[in-house]
Design a protein around this ligand. Structure first.
Ligand code: NBP
Length: 469
C-alpha cells in the first residue's frame, strides 16, 4: 500500500479535493462507481498524475491505502453514502476511518457514527465549504466524529484547507454529527447573508431607482469597509455582468426564482426544535420559498397592483449600516443555535474556533468573522448582541436598520429578512415584553397558570365564567 489517503466519488467536489490533496504532496487512491470517470480523471491530472492511484476495483482501492486508512467519501448525500459505507465495510480493518465530506444531514452522520463505532471503524462527518473552487484551492473544513482517527487525517486536511494569516481553516469540532451540524448552520447563516444583500439590492433598484452598474459600484465600495466579505465582493461582480447576446445587465435577465437544497431549511428546523429564535434564517428560507412561487406572485400583483418605483427615504450610508446591523443579528442567531446544540448534544463546540475557520475558504468568509472569533475567544459565549465589540456597532447601526425597514414597509417592498432581524433585536433587548398578556390568555382558556412577581408561579386569574363559552 502506498497511498496516504483514499477518495471515493469523482464528481465536481471529489475530483477537486483529490487534486488539492495530490498537489500538497500526498499520494491519493481514487475510486468512482462509474469506472470510466476514474480513467478520465487520472488522464487529466497532468503533473499530479504520479501521486494519483486510480482503482476501479473497490478491494484493490482499499488495499492501496496505508493503514490505518483514511477514506474520503464525496458522493451524493443520502442513500448513496449508506450504500458506499456498506460496500466498504467488509474490506476495512479495525482502526480505519471513513471521512464523509458531502452535505449530509447531521442526524444521518450521527447515526452512521453510532453504527460504525462498535465495529471499530472511525467515522468522521466533515463539512466542506467553498464550492468547487474551494475544494480545489482551499475550503473551510469542519470536522466532527471519531477523535482518534481525526489525528490520522489531520495533516492532510489541514494542508488542503484555506489559510487565514497562515492558520488553516480546518478544525475538529466535536463528536458524532458535530462537523456536519456546524456546516448546516454555516449554510443557514449564508442564506440570511445572501437574502439581506438581495433585499438591500431591492431597495437600491426599487426604492432608489439605481441601475445594476450603480449598485455594483456601491457593493464594491462597501467591500472596502466593515462589510468586507466574499458575498459582498461577488455581489459587485454579479451586478456588473453583461449578457453577451443582448448587451443588457445579466442580473436583470435572470429569473427571480431561487433554488435551495435543504441546508437552510434544516437550520431553521433545528433552531425551532431547540427553541432558539433564528428569525433571520427562517426569513431567508421563507423568502426563497416565496421566490419559487412565481406564478402566485404574478397573480397577486395583478390583484394588489404594482408598486410605484422610487421614493425610498434612505441614504446609501444608511443602507450599509442596516446591512451590518442585520448581519450581526443573523450571526447572533446562528451562533446561538450552535451554542444550544452544543449543550444539548454534549459537543462542547468551540465557538471561537468555528468563527476562525469561517474566516477563509467558505462562502460566508469575512473580516467581521475575525472580530467574532476574538469575541468568542475571550471565553464568554454570550449572544453577540450583548458582546461589547458588537454592542458598539449595533448602537451605531440599528437606527439605520430601522429606517430601511420603515422605508420598505411604507414603500411596499419586502424586507423579510432585514425586518425579521430588526424585530429579533427589538424583542431581545426589551426587558418587559408582552407575554404577560399571552399568559393571561393561556390561563383564561386552558387554566395554564402564570407567575406573579412576589407570589410565585401557579397563580390563576378569576376569569368571568360566562365569557369564552
Ligand atoms: P454529486 O452530489 O453530484 O454526486 C455525484 C457522485 O456520487 C458521483 O461520483 C456518483 O458516482 C456518486 N454516486 C451516486 Br450519485 N450514487 C452512488 C452510489 N449509490 N454509490 C456510489 N457512488 C454514487 O457530486 P458533487 O456535486 O461533487 O457533491 C458531492 C457532495 O458534496 C454532495 O453531498 C454535495 O451536496 C456536497 N457539496 C457540493 C458542493 C458543490 O458546490 N457542488 C459544495 C459543498 C458540498 P457516478 O459517477 O457513478 O454516478
Amino acid at each position: 500500500a502506498s497511498a496516504d489517503i483514499g477518495l471515493i466519488g469523482l464528481a465536481v467536489m471529489g475530483s477537486n479535493l483529490a487534486l488539492n490533496i495530490a498537489e500538497k504532496g500526498y499520494t491519493i487512491a481514487v475510486h468512482n462507481r462509474t469506472a470510466a470517470k476514474i480513467d478520465e480523471f487520472v488522464a487529466e491530472a497532468g503533473e499530479l498524475r504520479p501521486r494519483i492511484i486510480g482503482k476501479a476495483d473497490l478491494k484493490e482501492f482499499v488495499q492501496a491505502i496505508k493503514a490505518p486508512r483514511s477514506i474520503i467519501i464525496m458522493v451524493k448525500a443520502g442513500k448513496p453514502v449508506d450504500d458506499v459505507i456498506e460496500e466498504l465495510l467488509p474490506l476495512l480493518d479495525k482502526g480505519d476511518a471513513i471521512l464523509e465530506c458531502g452535505n449530509s444531514l447531521y442526524t444521518d452522520t450521527q447515526r452512521r457514527f453510532d453504527y460504525l463505532k462498535p465495529k471499530g471503524i472511525g467515522y468522521l462527518g466533515v463539512g466542506v465549504s467553498g464550492g468547487e473552487e474551494g475544494a480545489r484551492h482551499g475550503p473551510s473544513i469542519m470536522v466532527g466524529g471519531s477523535k482518534e482517527q481525526w489525528h490520522n487525517a489531520e495533516p492532510v486536511l489541514k494542508a488542503i484547507a484555506a489559510k487565514f494569516n497562515g492558520e488553516p481553516c480546518c478544525a475538529y469540532l466535536g463528536e458524532g454529527g458535530a462537523g456536519h451540524f456546524v456546516k448546516t448552520i454555516h449554510n443557514g447563516i449564508e442564506y440570511a447573508d445572501m437574502q439581506m444583500i438581495a433585499e438591500v439590492y431591492g431597495v437600491m433598484r426599487d426604492g432608489l431607482g439605481m441601475n445594476p452598474k450603480q449598485a455594483s459600484d456601491v457593493f464594491k465600495e462597501w467591500n472596502k469597509g466593515p462589510l468586507n466579505s466574499y458575498l459582498i465582493e461577488i455581489t459587485g461582480y454579479v451586478l456588473e455582468a453583461i449578457d453577451g447576446p443582448t448587451g443588457k445587465p445579466l442580473v436583470e435577465l435572470i429569473v427571480d426564482r431561487a433554488g435551495q437544497k435543504g441546508t437552510g431549511r434544516w437550520s431553521a428546523i433545528v433552531a425551532q426544535e431547540m427553541a432558539v429564535p433564528a428569525t433571520a434564517i427562517e426569513g431567508a428560507v421563507a423568502a426563497r420559498s416565496l421566490s419559487a412561487a412565481k406564478d402566485q406572485r404574478v397573480a397577486a400583483e395583478a390583484i394588489y397592483g404594482k408598486r410605484q418605483a422610487g421614493g425610498a427615504d434612505v441614504s446609501l450610508a444608511e443602507l450599509e449600516k442596516a446591512l451590518l446591523a442585520g448581519k450581526i443579528a443573523a450571526y447572533a442567531q446562528g451562533f446561538a443555535v450552535l451554542a444550544k446544540a452544543s449543550e444539548e448534544n454534549g459537543w462542547n463546540l468551540p465557538l471561537g474556533t468555528i468563527a476562525k475557520i469561517w474566516r477563509a475558504g467558505c462562502i460566508i468568509r469575512s473580516r467581521f468573522l475575525d472580530q467574532m472569533a476574538a469575541t468568542y475567544d475571550k471565553g464568554d459565549n454570550v449572544n453577540l448582541l450583548v458582546a461589547p465589540d458588537f454592542v458598539t456597532i449595533m448602537k451605531d447601526a440599528h437606527p439605520s436598520l430601522r429606517k430601511v425597514v420603515a422605508a420598505g414597509a411604507l414603500g411596499e417592498f419586502p424586507l423579510i429578512c432585514l425586518s425579521s432581524a430588526l424585530s429579533y433585536f427589538d424583542s431581545y433587548r426589551q426587558a418587559r415584553g408582552t407575554a404577560n398578556l399571552i399568559q393571561g390568555q393561556r390561563d383564561f382558556f386552558g387554566a395554564h397558570g402564570f407567575e406573579i412577581e412576589g407570589r410565585g408561579p401557579g397563580q390563576h386569574g378569576k376569569w368571568p365564567s360566562t365569557l369564552g363559552n
